[in-house]
Ligand binder design. Structure first.
Ligand code: NAG
Length: 592
């Protein structure tokens, strides 16, 4: 059994794209070096990509594609062999690639691409080479001129060490571009050319990854990390946490002193009983919609595990920084493998809450994330497909993902569920629950559930708001954020803030003699997801230059999904923190 599991695990991780430090190809002088053409797309829409040959460019009669890893496909890569004839160590100057007759349609297509700041990406030896398709100049208010130019020459700069390629880039500016003005007459005949220069370098193959990261001149926006604001927010959060913990401890100590007095002392003090003590006969009354509650806790726990493992793997440098694809693949695989956690937690807690329809519970658990994901993904994929974008997944990839879910994710949920059900103990509440429920007093608006959600969502959100920009800029921009250590600390802070706020809010709720804390605790901190979504709207309109239906759909679709995951994760943390807290205070209460 264990060996089978290990074999599956190893097989799955072989789907990960090779990292840059993998053993490279060894060339003999004069060997053919294949340059692949990959994708093109608007510079400001990182997730809107098309195949290079969708543009009117020089192309072979028969397009030969290269097989890709899952991560590359998810990243929108679609590689095909180019016409560039490059041989190891051989200089080429000014060789013709092809001569094209551009029709009116082609010219229009190129003009649109240049106006949208299209860039192209070639790949040689896993090194991405990027450049702009054209160039446009806008000058003067009156008369307003608008000039479009097409780059027609590519110069490849290749660096080698002994018999291996270490570094490469492409430049387009070595020759004057061709103007695509309104005055030109179609068909326009254009001669595309290229040149290649080889340079020796001392960098070894093993060191090339770090050189590639540093020399990312095409996307020069390096993230300026505002250390001060990060430290500032951390200090504030720690102070806040400290205050909450101290105040709560004092209040609780008072409460215990008051509640645990002997009978005669109580008479002296002439207190009427109120506060959280009197609801001890109700506080462990099981909530409605148990199935859904348990499913949320199950899937939330699964994502907590997933997020933690991804962050740890990233800190250990297990991902290829040039592709989000490697991280996506890892996330998919870990999601599938951690499905047993969701099944276990969900059905275990369900059984504790004396639920009896465990089949329905497991079905709901396995659908709770998969169904919304599938719906959003199919909408986005359909739009991408209609746009003929390489972001639309090929049929075989869809099948593969479906298989991963059907053959690994779903069965593991069921196995985890059966284990959880059989290993469940009784809930073991510290106080007995009476048959008849107490009436819940009416509370003023500022103590309502809605306000709890606002407070409970806003505080965790503010703890991460500074880092959110970096996360968004990395996922939806060109920046590279490699400070996973900070991210990990922030993640830890986020979870602790959530737990503290949840405990404080639950305490207030119980003090108001409202014992319906089960669902409230999930929503009060889970609402952080809603605030993150508000931030996403702000980011989209104010901090990014994304545009167009495809990119907008992708952004909001996947952001919505991410916020939903936030809700599940933080709701789970909040719930278990509250549960632990409530157990603690009622265990320490002297019962009559
Ligand atoms: C390509 O790399 C060389 C060496 O690092 C550098 O001098 C050159 O400016 C680069 N060209 C482009 C277009 O980035």
């Amino acid at each position: 059994m264990a060996t089978v599991a290990l074999a599956i695990f190893v097989a799955l991780f072989s789907l990960l794209p090779p990292s840059l430090s993998a053993k490279g190809h060894h060339y003999k002088p004069g060997d053919n070096v294949v340059i692949y053409v990959n994708k093109v797309g608007p510079y400001f829409n990182p997730h809107e990509t098309y195949h290079y040959y969708q543009l009117p460019v020089c192309r072979p009669d028969k397009v030969e594609t290269r097989s890709l890893t899952l991560g590359e496909i998810l990243d929108g890569d679609r590689m095909a062999v180019s016409l560039y004839d490059v041989n190891f160590g051989q200089q080429v100057d000014n060789k013709e690639l092809c001569t094209m007759k551009l029709t009116t349609d082609y010219i229009e297509q190129l003009k649109e691409a240049i106006e949208d700041l299209y860039y192209f990406e070639f790949v040689v030896e896993d090194i991405p080479l990027r450049g702009f398709v054209g160039h446009f100049e806008e000058s003067g208010f009156i008369p307003h001129t608008h000039k479009l130019y097409l780059w027609v020459h590519h110069h490849f700069h290749l660096e080698f060490n002994d018999d291996q390629i270490i570094y490469a880039n492409v430049s387009t500016r070595d020759k004057q571009p061709v103007s695509l003005d309104d005055t030109i007459i179609a068909p326009l005949e254009i001669r595309f050319t290229y040149s290649v220069s080889w340079h020796e370098t001392k960098t070894t193959y093993a060191q090339r990854a770090s050189k590639l990261i540093k020399d990312n001149s095409f996307f020069p926006k390096t993230l300026e990390v505002h250390w001060l604001s990060i430290i500032n927010s951390m200090v504030l959060v720690f102070l806040l946490l400290g205050f909450v913990v101290i105040i709560l401890m004092r209040v609780l100590k008072n409460d215990f002193a008051r509640y645990n007095l002997d009978e005669d002392e109580v008479e002296d003090l002439d207190q009427d009983e109120n506060g959280w003590k009197i609801i001890h006969t109700d506080v462990f009354r099981f909530p409605p919609y148990k199935t859904l509650l348990c499913a949320i806790l199950g899937v939330g726990s699964q994502f907590l595990t997933l997020a933690t493992s991804i962050l740890v793997m990233a800190m250990l440098g297990m991902f290829n920084v040039h592709h989000h694809g490697s991280m996506n693949t890892a996330a998919i695989l870990i999601y599938a493998l951690t499905s047993c956690i969701s099944g276990y937690v969900s059905s275990n807690f369900y059984r504790k809450l004396s639920g009896d329809n465990w089949v329905w519970n497991i079905v709901l658990t396995s659908c709770l994330f998969a169904v919304p994901f599938f719906m959003i993904w199919s909408i986005v994929n359909t739009v991408a497909w209609a746009y003929d974008s390489t972001q639309a997944l090929p049929f075989t990839t869809i099948l593969l993902l479906l298989m991963i879910w059907l053959l690994i994710g779903y069965p593991l949920t069921v196995i985890g569920g059966i284990l959880g059900k059989n290993m469940a103990e009784t809930f073991d509440a510290p106080c007995r629950t009476k048959n008849i429920a107490r009436e819940i007093p009416v509370v003023p608006w500022y103590r309502s559930g809605f306000m709890h959600c606002i407070i409970g969502g806003f505080l965790p959100f503010s703890a991460i708001s500074v880092e959110l920009y970096y996360i968004f800029a990395t996922l939806w921009g060109r920046e590279q954020y490699t400070l996973y250590g900070i991210l990990f600390v922030v993640y830890g802070i986020l979870l602790s803030v959530t737990a503290c706020i949840s405990i404080a809010l639950t305490y207030f709720q119980l003090s108001n003699e409202d014992y319906r804390w089960w669902w409230r605790s999930i929503f009060s901190a889970g609402s952080t997801g809603f605030f993150v979504f508000l931030y996403a709207i702000f980011y989209y309109y104010k901090r990014s230059s994304m545009s167009g239906a495809l990119q907008t759909m992708e952004f909001f679709g996947y952001t919505m999904l991410a916020c939903y995951v936030f809700f599940l994760m933080l709701g789970t943390v909040s719930f278990f923190a509250s549960l632990k807290f409530i157990r603690y205070i009622y265990v320490n209460l002297k019962m009559d």
